[in-house]
Each structure stands twice: as C-alpha cells, then as structure tokens.
Design a binder for this molecule. Sequence first.
Ligand code: ATP
Ligand code: MG
Length: 225
Amino acid sequence: MKLELQGVHKYFDTPSGPIKILENVNLQVAQGGFISVMGPSGSGKTTLLHLLGCLEQPSFGKVFLEDTEVTDAEETVRERIRLHHIGFVFQNYNLLPTLTVLENVMLPMQLANVKSSEQITRAQSLLRLVDLENRAHDPVTRLSGGQQQRVAIARALSNLPGLILADEPTGNLDGRSSKEVMDVLRSINDHQQITTVLVTHDPKVAAFARRTFHLENGRLQDLTR
Ligand SMILES: Nc1ncnc2c1ncn2[C@@H]1O[C@H](COP(=O)(O)OP(=O)(O)OP(=O)(O)O)[C@@H](O)[C@H]1O
Ligand SMILES: [Mg+2]
C-alpha cells in the first residue's frame, strides 16, 4: 500500500489548552516501502501511526492510503480499512490471554467473516511463517515475549493487509528476541511487499528499515537524505 501525508498538523486539546504535536508533516512511502520513525518520548510517533492507521484524524492536512483520501472518511469506512487492509503490532502484543495461539491468529479473520476452513489453513500457514506452527494449540500466555510478538505479527497478517504499523514492537524484548522479531518483519517486507512503518527507540531496530525518520518538535525529518 502506498502512503501519503500532505501538510499534516495535529493538535490535542488538553485542560491547559491545545498542544501542538505535528506541524506540517509531509511523508510519502511507496508500495512495499519500509520506514522507521525514531524520536523522543512524547514527540508524536504513536500519533503519527494512528493517523496512518485511521485511528486518528489530522487537525489540518490530508491522509492518503493508496490513492484514496481517508482524512475525513466516516468511521464505518475507517473501521473497514483497519480490519481488511492494516495490520497493527503493539509493544505489549495485545493478545487475548484466554485463547490459544491459533485462535488469536484467527480472530481478525472471524471479524472479517472469512470461511472457517480458510481461517484455519491461513492461520496455520502464518504460524509456519513466524516459526511457531508447533505451538498452535498452546495457551498464548505460555509463550515467551518474543514468541508472543511473533504470534501478534501472524495475527496482523491474517486478513492479508497492505500495510503493517508496528509501535515499538521490540520495546519489551531482549536483543536476541528483538532480532528474531525484526527478521520476521523484514522478511515479510522483502517477500510480500507489505508496506511497513515501524516506531522504535532502538537504533539497531530502526536499521532494519530502508529509510529512517526522526520526529521532534512536530517536525518529521528524513535521515536517509
Ligand atoms: N488523545 C490525546 N489527548 C491529549 N493528548 C494526547 C492524546 N494522545 C496523545 N497525546 C499527547 O500527544 C503527545 C504525543 O504522544 P505520542 O503517544 O504520540 O508520543 P510518542 O512519541 O509515541 O511517545 P512514546 O515514545 O513515549 O511512546 C504527548 O504529549 C501525549 O500526551
Ligand atoms: Mg508511543
């Protein structure tokens, strides 16, 4: 999926008045691109992901996914885009603790009314991709952090999205598990051309992307130029 932000500004209203988070942010990511965004805590990295993920709307400016403007799309449309076209990966995995590994991966397909036989086949093949097919029937809580994050990546891919948004996916992991998770994300990007936007505080993790950006004081700067 191709991404574009045009002149995006974002303010939040707080009890002590509006705060400026993003100021005239412009960004273009080609289909199959892989970018990382670094920057201090509170600089707006998660907010930027939420704008791309149709979870937030800009105060000014435009957001395009593919060539469709989604800036002012209705919530039902945004919800459908999130379910069918975007995979989200979070720092704390956000898996459902009462479900097995396989059931967690199947969940978004259930929401999208995928045929149940197809749900199982696809979930198994995604678990193979993240090297966890032999843990399919374990309660998800029995897995290590790195393994849980790989389940979350499989889940993010379950409705065959064009875009993956990963918010500090290695934030809770040690160096070795971080590398395993990043190898999986990089390999998916290499082989399936799924556009990937990664937020991280770790320069080693950021280096897995093809382009690196820095966000500070509302400004997004391309460090690869
Ligand atoms: N819904 C909201 N209402 C008010 N303020 C908000 C809201 N969401 C975020 N903020 C503020 O916007 C700023 C940017 O937050 P954001 O979560 O995007 O930062 P971040 O760069 O992801 O930080 P971190 O590295 O700590 O995750 C913060 O000051 C935060 O308090
Ligand atoms: Mg954040």
